[in-house]
Design a protein around this ligand. Structure first.
Ligand SMILES: [Zn+2]
Ligand SMILES: [Zn+2]
Length: 180
């Protein structure tokens, strides 16, 4: 993956996007793993760029579930055939995962937090700011709390591959010890 260094024009703040990589999941007490989405934003408690829980995909998920349900074959014979196919099991697993994520969105919407420190004192970037972050030498936004009123800008790195252990969070969005 391509990484970016994000630096400040006026102080020595610097962050490498590699720190935000890695698959994150909610882990229920029953042992279910549910997709956890994170976006890069600003955490005022970490006083740094951080990865922030994102729960804005309810409509996209509902559309995906509707699409999966609609492609169900018509007629009993075809339906029974499809039950035996691996496609069906794949679809079912997919719908199951999407439904679980919908449930999480209902539980956690409005309680999004920093996935590093667990506080809610966060700011999301706008779409324009997000776009700027993934380009070379682009101003992104002001550096919050900068001692010299600098701005954050991105600097393109290069492609690297790193293995990062998956990280797990409970349904309150807190990282489960041992997965840090
Ligand atoms: Zn934080
Ligand atoms: Zn600064």
């Amino acid at each position: 993956m391509l990484f970016y260094d994000i630096k400040c024009t006026a102080c020595d703040y610097q962050k490498c996007s590699v720190e935000f990589w890695g698959v994150k999941s909610y882990l229920t007490e029953a042992g279910d793993k549910i997709d956890l989405k994170g976006v890069i934003g600003w955490c005022f408690d970490c006083n740094s760029l951080s990865i922030i829980e994102s729960l804005n995909d309810r409509e996209a998920i509902e559309a995906k579930i509707a699409l999966h349900l609609k492609t169900k074959p018509k007629g009993l014979k075809h339906f029974l055939q499809s039950l035996l196919s691996s496609n069906y099991r794949y679809d079912l697993a997919k719908i199951n995962m999407l439904a679980k994520r919908l449930n999480i969105i209902q539980l956690r919407k409005g309680k999004e937090l920093c996935l590093k420190c667990g506080c809610q004192n966060v700011r999301y970037f706008t779409q324009d700011e997000e776009k700027a972050m993934a380009q070379d030498a682009q101003m992104i936004t002001e550096h919050p709390n900068c001692i010299n009123n600098g701005k954050l800008y991105s600097k393109r790195g290069f492609y690297i591959s790193v293995a990062i252990a998956p990280q797990f969070y409970n349904l309150n969005g807190q990282q489960i010890e041992g997965s840090k």
